[in-house]
Ligand binder design. Sequence first.
Ligand code: ADP
Ligand code: MG
Length: 430
Amino acid sequence: LPTAKSSSSSKVRRTEVYAKKEPTVRNIDKIQNERIERRENQAKQRHVRDQVKAKHDVNDSQWEFAEMIEDWRDDNPAHPPHHKRMNYKINVCVRKRPLNKKETKNKETDVVTRSGEILYVHQPMTKVDLTKYLENLAFRFDYVFDLDDDNRKVYEYTAKPLVESIFKGTRATCFAYGQTGSGKTHTMGGEFSGKNQNCANGIYAFAAEDVFKKLRQPVYSHLQLTVSFFEIYANKVFDLLNNSQRLRILEDKQGKIRTVGLVDQVVNTVDDVISVLREGSRCRTSGQTSANSNSSRSHAVFQLSLVAPGRKTHEDRTHGMFSLIDLAGNERGADTMSSDRITRQEGADINKSLLALKECIRAMGKDALHVPFRGSTLTKVLRDSFIGEDSKTCMIATLSPGFSSCENTINTLRYLTSISYVQIIQLALD
Ligand code: ADP
Ligand code: MG
């Protein structure tokens, strides 16, 4: 209560009046004041909630997770990436595509965050008592691309260093791995505008361009570039430069694999390569012979071979080879549930070949004497690429950022952690 000394201030005078009231009246006033305060607070909270909801979707169960992810990002500011170009035997990078129209329309939350070389996936979880929380998984890679990094930049950090090595007479491979719709074909074959693909700005074309640049040096005047392009569907090989002609693969006594009758086209300019790519891509997407209306169910292999034409055997002729592979979509869930036998079989074949690929890359990383290449047609045709001390590979994992792809995203990242034990560390974070 106020003292006589402080009675001059208006605040205290009001309190004096208040103090003079009967205790019951005083209590009623107090309760009323508290109620007003409570209502004001509730109104404030409601306003904040409405603002958040308006930003997302009123009927959307994701908005709470979206808020949690935003809070997490506020608390953990992203680090910039390093600018080193890796040249390891096995190089693993990740590229997240922007949310597409459908995801944006559905107000899907982006559940993937980059910070330097670490990629975080915010997995939405719900406890038994229905409380929502995030599980934040972290994966470290050789390089993680930013949303506005284009195909050229992706190329420079992944396939470009491997062009050098094929001139040294070795084998190199570059894979695009990820779920359907995550951007494998966009990265390898070139950007899409609608359904049209610009074959000139994908990794296939960039690699060819650099090979030509180097071929102009007099020391390589005895070499020539040839290209082949084929797809593997249901463990069968189809030549994309010959109307999807089915090809047999043979293994000779030394274990060498040959794809009989594969078109090996001589190319002299980047434009030659681009027209080959156009022909092959058209063949792939229209592919009736392989019974796959959906190109995402097949692996596409584009090979750049440096050949010395004067030599007698194919073996002698091939100086170095760069295989660039747009892998089949790795999503599995929908397949195993499907009632369609063909879809289930396709899914099983894809899964088997991706597991075989993983085993071969692991063996390659350890310079193992035995590479288990017989596990699938894909690994058979790439056999030579896994053997040899100097052979190199890079894997570009493509991710769909949306909430609905979260499980596939985590599966993609887990697959990568099992390939390269040195460069990928999975951090257990909460
Ligand atoms: P996948 O081959 O993995 O099934 P696509 O390469 O066909 O996926 O990409 C699916 C769609 O997403 C395409 O329409 C493509 O234009 C778009 N897309 C993919 N990656 C990117 C990217 N990095 N930036 C912008 N759009 C992309
Ligand atoms: Mg594709």
